[in-house]
Write a protein that binds this ligand. Structure first.
Ligand SMILES: Cc1cc2nc3c(=O)[nH]c(=O)nc-3n(C[C@H](O)[C@H](O)[C@H](O)COP(=O)(O)O)c2cc1C
Length: 205
């Protein structure tokens, strides 16, 4: 069965550094034979989590907007590539807003205990974090990682890899970076091969 990859762009800046890096990854995945789609969060209509905790009783989010259908889409793919630039040392409001809206899935797992992802499922579902930052600091992505880890854990995706490029100010954008775009493309190819292999071995391929 064909590998499905969904890119989720959390940058409000269309075709900027982060979305371009995401596109390079998706190009590699597509070239390797995957079915590739991309969602741009800034074009989606969804509200922040209200913290009403209704989902702790029902497992369903009471806010009817475009977030729950996106989670349905996420559950239909083998790989998600979640992209955000670093804003104020963290992820963008667009992406954080979406991550918080996954609370109803967290509630199904940990409050209601109606949802469980076996280890085998998690191994076959890969999550990749893609990010760019202006500064050269080595630790500029550190505050983003825990939120991404929590997101992938909630969704039952293994946190497979990071594709990150700092120092965008110096390089004057991702196209000025000597290796980032080629590496992202190569990682797109590789992850599809890894998932194909896992699917074949588990008999779901
Ligand atoms: C509101 C805002 C906040 C930012 N905060 C940081 C920051 O804290 N650290 C950093 O290294 N770069 C910061 N940057 C720079 C961006 O991370 C960098 O330019 C990134 O490559 C932009 O990606 P994009 O083209 O996808 O928007 C910030 C940029 C904006 C617009």
């Amino acid at each position: 069965m064909i590998v499905k990859v969904l890119g989720i762009s959390g940058s409000p800046h269309r075709h900027g550094n982060t979305e371009t890096l995401l596109d390079a990854f998706l190009k590699g995945a597509g070239d390797a034979g995957a079915a590739v789609e991309k969602v741009v969060l800034k074009d989606l209509d969804y509200a922040p989590c209200r913290g009403c905790n209704a989902c702790h009783k029902t497992g369903v989010c009471i806010v009817e907007d475009e977030a729950p259908p996106l989670f349905d889409r996420i559950f239909s793919v083998d790989c998600i590539a979640v992209a955000s630039p670093i804003y104020s040392m963290g992820i963008t409001a667009e992406l954080k807003g979406l991550i918080d809206r996954a609370q109803y899935i967290w509630a199904r797992k940990f409050v209601l205990k109606t949802l469980y992802f076996p280890d085998e499922h998690i191994r076959r579902h890969k999550g990749i974090f893609i990010s760019t930052a202006g500064l050269s600091w080595d630790n500029v992505f550190d505050a983003a990682f825990p939120a991404i880890t929590a997101f992938f854990n909630t969704l039952g995706f293994e946190y497979y890899d990071n594709i990150i490029a700092n120092n965008m100010d110096l390089y004057r954008g991702i196209r000025g970076h000597p290796t980032a775009l080629a590496e992202a493309r190569e990682k797109g190819v590789q992850v599809v091969r890894v998932i194909e292999d896992l699917k074949e071995r588990s008999g779901t391929g």
